[in-house]
Design a protein around this ligand. Sequence first.
Ligand code: FES
Length: 278
Amino acid sequence: MYLQERVVENRLIGYPDQGIYKLVLYGQVAKSAKPGQFVHIQVSDTYDPLLRRPLSIAGIDQDREEVTIYYRVAGKGTDLLTRISVNEQVSALGPLGTGFTIPHTGELLLIAGGIGVFPLYSLIQVLSTAKVSVKLLWGGENQEFLESADFNYLKYLGVDYEVSTLDGSLGYQGLVTDLLEKELKTSKTPTGKEIKSARLLRAAACGPRGMLKAVTAICLKNDIPVEVSLEERMACGIGACLGCVCTVRGKDGNLKRKRVCKEGPVFDGEEVAWDAEV
Ligand code: FES
């Protein structure tokens, strides 16, 4: 559904070099948005660049009718997006795609790589933390990046977390997959219960494809079901152009193609054929 949303906020947050912006939209999208879904936003009135930009929903406030989106300037399209002012209307298609499963009990381990943390913010936001124990593992380049990606908001959400940076400037020095291995090596689950009794432990991850592949392998080795949010270039965003397909293995063992914008972006990690040609 094409909607006109009003821009409530569109500003650089954190260190300018990191180029991370927070965009808040007021309108219809918030009414039905789910964690893990995205919106396809028209970044300018011109045909250059022609395409909309798919942006993950990072926060949903149905009472205020607002969704929060974070984006990192990575080219002409996102640069044009930075020029949209407060109170302007933008054309938004959405909410689109299939989001994360929302557990109502048990334990949820979240694993984020870089800006992959943003869709996980919206998942944390809707969880009933009185009933679901949550821990987030988040890896980024360095402290500047993590702080620019609204680390303070993560603290505000009040869930248990651990971070890693490549240069050791904040948290553990190394990859987030190292953190995950460390967490699962202990005899306890990340939130402190014995693994054997925690049958409802599950995981959700978002980040670069290589990281998601490694996270899936680690989780499955530990008998933990994991959902992953895949990133693909998208043209139409509504399942019509087949420009965003990924390869999955069906229950019959055969490879098939699925559209990241429609059947995804969230998939069962076990289902994704990580090494198949797309
Ligand atoms: Fe067109 Fe997914 S972007 S089918």
